[in-house]
Design a protein. Structure first.
Length: 492
């Protein structure tokens, strides 16, 4: 990890929020994305997702196959968003202004904040359950206390979060490695608790949940790659992000599927304690306690991302002065909201988890389709950074092309949706099979690409060059970083 002075000239606390990261503050290596996202995904909430396969009638083998394919598919989008960080030096959702406009971006922003807060809530609940295995105290104590720890991590910011994630990785590898080997050897020889096998509906549900879980990280993945040097090779950022996030998701989801196949009424904390204590007395309890720092770390990551997204949304309507005060205020608001929702959750909250993941998938698929199509197919990574902060600039307040593609993509998915409380007519005709995400991807990206065929990219290129000169002028005043056309382009 680089020193605080390298990344944050003003002190220990990160000063950047929704603003552009100057070249003088860029640091880090592409491989740092690997452990960051490995640990970011190595949380009990990920394991809970694996319980779904046996619950919908899939055997362990078919569940794991659906997980591998779903994670492999969903992580693809996440990893390619990661390359936007070093290329543009901006938080993930600020980039959406190029497709949706400074105010129009409020549409995907709203869905994104919902994702952040939802995951914080589930993480708080599971961390509390883990601590209650050895410590007294109920939710009214633990939720605010744990959230306060996450807030401190988020306020200090980017470098500390990277450092925590990096050092947690080997710890999680060792302890969960021992547990996984033991569980595979001993549970594998016990009978299953329910009749499982193959169902197309169950397989696609497990695939969709796995993919949606990974795609949910797309909304803030470049928040943690934006400090990398602008000339960082795209291949390295994409590969390390993909390997880190994909490996931990497949591991924990398949572990969850193993526990769900062989244990009655599997529960994330209780299952680890029960099976882990068979390894040796106290090992299961130690395992869940080791899970708590990872849960708190990802709570901090989600709080940090929610702050950036919320500040971006507000800035679209009234100027926000980036800085420490904005960061602390935004993180505090997110923390209070998350604790309040967690305290209001019913005891059977996990029953709503799968619906939550699928809803995330539905709302985020059209956004990722539009965003990636613009970055890789339309503008090919070339953007006028200063114009993203200019509501009267070339990207405008309400960008009709992106908004139209998002809305049509979202509406096109509705007939294919399959939830516990609503099944679309096409999904019902297919026996409950949910292919909504494929429809949203094709319609969202395809329509956006067609609508942008009339864009005058030559004129935009002139404005990009002017923007580069503006950034150079700002940096000469000590206010921003220089950015060249080469640095703003996607590596070919």
């Amino acid at each position: 990890m680089s020193t605080a002075n390298e990344a944050r000239p003003g002190g220990v606390i990160e000063t950047r929020s929704i603003d552009h990261v100057p070249a003088s503050e860029r640091h880090g290596k592409p491989w740092h994305q690997g452990p960051f996202w490995f640990t970011g995904n190595f949380v009990l909430v990920t394991m809970v997702s694996g319980f779904l396969g046996p619950a919908v009638g899939l055997s362990l083998g078919y569940t794991c196959l659906a997980i591998v394919l779903g994670v492999g598919f969903g992580t693809f989008f996440m990893a390619f968003h990661a390359n936007q960080g070093p290329t543009m030096g901006l938080p993930q959702m600020i980039q959406s202004r190029a497709q949706f406009g400074s105010r129009g971006a409020i549409v995907p922003f709203a869905a994104t904040v919902f994702v952040y807060v939802g995951f914080i809530v589930f993480d708080l609940v599971l961390a509390t359950q883990a601590l209650q295995t050895v410590l007294p105290g109920g939710p009214w104590f633990w939720y605010p206390f744990l959230m306060l720890v996450a807030v401190v991590l988020a306020v200090i910011g980017h470098d500390l979060l990277h450092w925590v994630q990096r050092w947690l990785t080997p710890v999680l590898l060792v302890f969960f490695g021992v547990f996984t080997v033991y569980a595979a050897l001993h549970l594998g020889s016990t009978p299953t608790v329910a009749k499982t096998g193959w169902t197309l509906t169950g397989f696609l549900i497990m695939f969709s949940v796995s993919a949606g879980y990974q795609i949910s990280y797309s909304v803030y993945v470049s928040d943690y790659s934006r400090y990398l040097p602008a000339d960082t090779p795209a291949r390295g950022v994409i590969t390390w992000t993909y390997l880190g996030a994909g490996a931990s998701a497949i591991w924990l989801m398949c572990l969850g599927a193993l526990l769900g196949t062989h244990l009655e009424a599997p529960d994330a904390v209780a299952s680890l304690v029960t099976v882990g204590n068979d390894v040796f007395s106290g090992f299961g309890t130690l395992l869940v306690l080791i899970s708590v720092p990872a849960l708190l770390s990802i709570c901090a990551v989600n709080s940090y991302g929610a702050m950036l997204t919320s500040a971006s949304a507000v800035d679209g309507f009234t100027p926000v002065r980036p800085g420490v005060r904005v960061r602390i205020t935004g993180i505090a608001i997110v923390a209070v909201l998350s604790v309040a929702i967690a305290l209001a959750l019913p005891a059977d909250y996990l029953g709503s988890f799968n619906n939550f993941v699928l809803l995330m998938l539905y709302f985020l698929i059209p956004w990722t389709a539009v965003n990636l199509a613009d970055f890789y197919l339309v503008r090919r990574g070339h953007y006028a950074i200063t114009e993203l902060f200019n509501p009267n600039g070339m990207y405008g307040r309400w960008a009709w092309r992106g908004l139209t593609a998002y809305a049509v993509g979202l509406l096109a998915m509705i007939p294919f949706v399959s939830l516990s409380f609503y099944v679309g007519p096409v999904a019902e005709a297919l026996g409950g099979v949910d292919i909504a995400f494929l429809v949203g991807l094709v319609v969202g990206s395809g329509l956006y690409y067609l609508l942008t065929r009339g864009l005058d990219l030559g004129e935009e290129a002139v404005r990009i060059e002017e923007s580069n000169h503006e950034l150079a002028e700002l940096v000469s005043q000590g206010l921003a970083a220089p950015a060249t056309t080469e640095h703003l382009g996607v590596e070919q």
